[in-house]
Write a protein that binds this ligand. Structure first.
Ligand code: ATP
Length: 779
């Protein structure tokens, strides 16, 4: 029996370029080949589809090597006027059929996806017209009666409804934050104001998130114009911040900013207000970041998103093809999305329609509708921004005097990016509600040791002027320490908590912080003083805290690791035939190594969950020998292997590099490298900073539910499992999980990690896209 012809899957990038598009191309091409299909690239977006010929090219596995680390899109993108019209789409359809393309994966913004949706809807009539006008025969079109199309959202604006993040948005945000972090030095030195214009015609996501990450004084976004007296409001907020002693003023304005009547608000208008000699009279400058925002290689998150979504897109086209083959209805055309931390498929048409509704709502000045059409995170981020800036001054949302709480803030474990941003946001929220936030300095060790001689140093209130500057700062300003409460003794802990009259405890940290909450919870049986609510915001680069799929600091770490590896890879490529074996941190969790491997396109990743065996090393040496053999004369030939620091007690990075060198018999070279604490990062990533703000505020709200003086009714707290909890992102939700449930059912205490790792599938993706042979090899 003749074997079925291979499916031909084409990928295209369209509209404005965005960082991560190359990652999509790499993932689609390699996943398609892995699944037994032929892969094609359509160059220059829809223009290539309309032009046909050399614009549509079969693409091989090795053609996309090195794509992950390159900014923009290697296969080109364009705005194509012809595709807006039916004749252009007709030619596009003809070219697809002539090239035998069965499925098309399009990565672009809402315009590109609208075009895709139109193409899909028109397809049967286009095919009919191609036959009726004699351009193609009935036989030629027969296998292509249905168009199999899948969308991926590549856009820096993050403007597509139904997804939390578009590919490229977090990199653009990082670019903005990096620029503003630099501008801030000048602003502070000269006590200046800066009005910073960022991209976003119909979507204020970049402006909003930048405002949150930076701790800006004021923002202007299209979806939520301020009231008619916005000029006065802005000046009042800025004046208050200046009155506190702030030396810098940062106002972020989205390109599409307008007032409630649809009139544009320009950076010049804002500048004039701030500089007005009769008013604030601030030395004010404008900085338009322009195309800087789009440029450069994708950050770790966008590489992950591009890769996982590219893989999912191939699965979606194959699922649709399978359904048709089985005579089932073709599934609705989908766009690949992400919600919180889960890659999902959503109907393309509905997502595009909802996105267009936002623009229409803004035009119609129905701003409540525009906000409601954005995802939950958007609205929460907006209120987080307001809480941590403007409303932080507003006493009208204070709780009544008898509801005010004294909340202890403590950092536990190693520093992680976003810890300071979380403390700042928590303090700001407490202030806005009239609670009393109190810092416990240097973890539980500091709490215990400084007691007595320097009590005021170890436990003290926050000076907002100081804390306000922590939004972008790395490390831990209140100091952190790995020591667990039991090391100083629970009796002392109970005594101190009583002495300082804490109504609740807000912990930020990694596995040690998790362990601390567990110890404190258990000790409640003996010490009723510990019957106060406590919640943990996970912050650790290892991302090994049970109850969450994301910890603050893990994104910062991955960005550092990916940047480091990019540089190493470049050196490896220049020297040729060199493998770098890089040791990653992560404790006994392979998260950092795996996600790092996903971001850099590692040839192999060794993690503690799988261990390392001689057979495994032998298989990888064979694979590397073959790979180097194949790419004779090619550039971008360096290869990376990531090894978690605790992947094996015997085979560490150095030994693995030595084994490889020995076994390679001069076919390739190998070196080991240890980036070490560099992975903790300097300035935290924009994502860690933004998530820190949102999650910290949610934590304080959670603690607020219990009210003041919980120790007056210790049994109530003790018997309420939610009174000791961990906030986490799990799948598509943000949850608070009771510590009792986590410690008994979900924790691998010996290995200090959750029992089940949600990212296991990602390890498989790294292996598949790295071309690594399946291990153990099938018999
Ligand atoms: P960005 O978010 O960066 O603007 P985009 O995908 O929205 O990206 P557009 O310029 O709007 O960018 O669209 C890219 C291309 O998609 C257009 O040049 C055109 O070829 C096609 N396209 C857009 N809208 C339509 C439409 N309504 N009908 C047919 N084709 C369209």
């Amino acid at each position: 029996m003749a074997s079925e012809p291979k499916q031909k899957i084409a990928v295209m990038t369209s509209g404005g370029d965005s960082p991560g598009m190359n990652g999509v191309v790499r993932a689609v091409v390699r996943m398609a080949i892995h699944m037994g299909c032929d892969a094609y690239c359509v160059y220059e977006g829809y223009e290539g589809l309309v032009q046909g010929g050399s614009y549509i090219k079969k693409t091989e596995w090795d053609d996309v090597r090195g794509y992950l680390g390159i900014g923009g899109t290697y296969i080109g993108t364009a705005r194509c006027m012809a595709f807006y019209e039916r004749p252009g789409r007709l030619t596009g359809a003809k070219n697809m059929i002539l090239n035998g393309i069965n499925a098309l994966i399009i990565c672009g913004g809402d315009g590109s996806l609208t075009g895709a949706d139109k193409f899909r809807a028109e397809w049967p009539s286009l095919v009919e017209e191609l036959v009726s006008t004699g351009q193609l025969t009935k036989e030629q079109v027969e296998p292509y009666k249905k168009l199999n199309i899948v969308g991926l959202v590549g856009s820096i604006d993050n403007d597509l409804s139904g997804t939390d993040a578009t590919i490229g948005a977090y990199t653009a945000l990082a670019n903005i934050c990096e620029a503003v972090d630099k501008i801030e030095s000048t602003a502070t030195s000269h006590s200046r104001a800066f009005v910073i214009e960022v991209m976003g015609r119909h979507c204020g996501w970049l402006a909003l998130m930048a405002g949150v990450a930076i701790g800006a004084d004021f923002i202007f976004i299209p979806e939520k114009p301020r009231e008619d007296n916005w000029q006065q409001e802005m000046c009042e907020v800025v004046k208050k911040h200046r009155d506190w002693g702030k030396r810098k003023t940062i106002v972020i304005i989205a390109e599409g900013a307008m007032d409630r009547h649809g009139s544009k608000i320009t950076p010049n208008m804002v500048k004039d207000l701030l500089a007005d000699k009769k008013g604030l009279a601030l030395d004010t400058r404008i900085s338009s970041l322009g195309h800087l925002q789009r440029g450069g290689p994708a950050g770790a998150y966008d590489r992950m998103l591009a890769t996982l979504q590219g893989v999912e897109a191939v699965k979606a086209v194959l699922d649709a093809a399978q359904a048709v083959k089985e005579g089932k209805p073709q599934p609705e055309t989908c766009v690949i999305t992400i919600n919180e931390n889960k890659i999902t498929r959503q109907p393309l048409m509905a997502a595009v329609a909802a996105t267009q509704q936002v623009a229409k709502a803004i035009e119609a000045q129905d701003f409540d509708k525009a906000m409601s059409l954005r995802d939950t995170e958007f609205a929460e981020m907006y209120s987080s921004f307001m809480m941590t800036t403007a409303m932080g001054l507003d006493t009208s949302i204070h709780v009544p005097a008898n509801k005010k709480m004294r909340i202890g803030f403590i950092n536990v474990g190693a520093p992680a990016g976003g810890m300071n941003a979380a403390v700042r946001a928590g303090v700001a929220y407490c202030r806005s509600r009239g609670h009393e936030p109190v810092g416990i300095y240097n973890g539980f060790a500091g709490f215990a040791r400084h007691h007595g001689d320097k009590p005021e140093g170890a436990v003290r209130g926050f000076d907002w002027l100081e804390v306000d500057g922590w939004a972008s700062r790395g490390g831990s300003e209140i100091g952190t320490n790995r020591e667990l409460p039991e090391e100083s003794g629970m009796e002392l802990m109970a005594k101190l908590i009583k002495q300082y009259r804490f109504d609740a405890l807000f912990l930020i940290g990694g596995f040690e912080a998790f362990h601390s909450v567990s110890q404190l919870r258990k000790a409640r049986e003996t010490y009723p003083e510990l019957c106060i609510p406590m919640t943990l915001l996970p912050a650790t680069i290892s991302n090994n805290v049970p109850g969450t799929e994301y910890s603050l600091g893990s994104d910062t770490c991955l960005n550092e690791l990916v940047n480091y590896c990019d540089k190493i890879k470049q050196s490896a490529s220049a020297t040729r035939r060199r493998v770098f074996v890089i040791e990653t941190q992560g404790g006994r969790s392979g998260y950092v190594a795996t996600l790092g491997g996903l971001g850099v396109g590692a040839s192999a990743v060794y993690i503690p969950e799988e261990g390392v065996t001689l057979d495994m090393l032998a298989a990888d040496v064979r694979h590397l020998k073959e790979a180097f053999q194949k790419d004779k004369g090619r550039s971008r030939a360096g290869r990376l292997i990531l090894v978690n620091e605790k992947a094996s007690r015997v085979y560490d990075a150095r030994l693995i590099a030595n084994v490889f060198r020995e076994e390679a018999h001069n076919r390739f070279e190998s070196r080991d490298l240890i980036p070490g604490h560099l992975q903790q990062g300097g300035i935290p990533s924009a994502m860690d900073r933004c998530k820190a703000v949102r999650l910290a505020i949610m934590c304080i709200k959670e603690l607020e539910k219990f009210g003041p003086k919980p120790f007056e009714n210790p049994d109530k707290i003790k018997n309420d499992p939610t009174s000791a909890s961990v906030i986490g992102i799990q799948g598509a939700q943000v949850t608070f999980t009771p510590m009792e449930e986590l410690e008994t059912r979900h924790t691998d205490w010996q290995n200090r990690r959750p029992k089940a790792a949600y990212w296991t599938d990602m390890k498989e993706v790294v292996d598949v896209l790295g071309g690594r042979p399946k291990y153990p090899e099938p018999e």
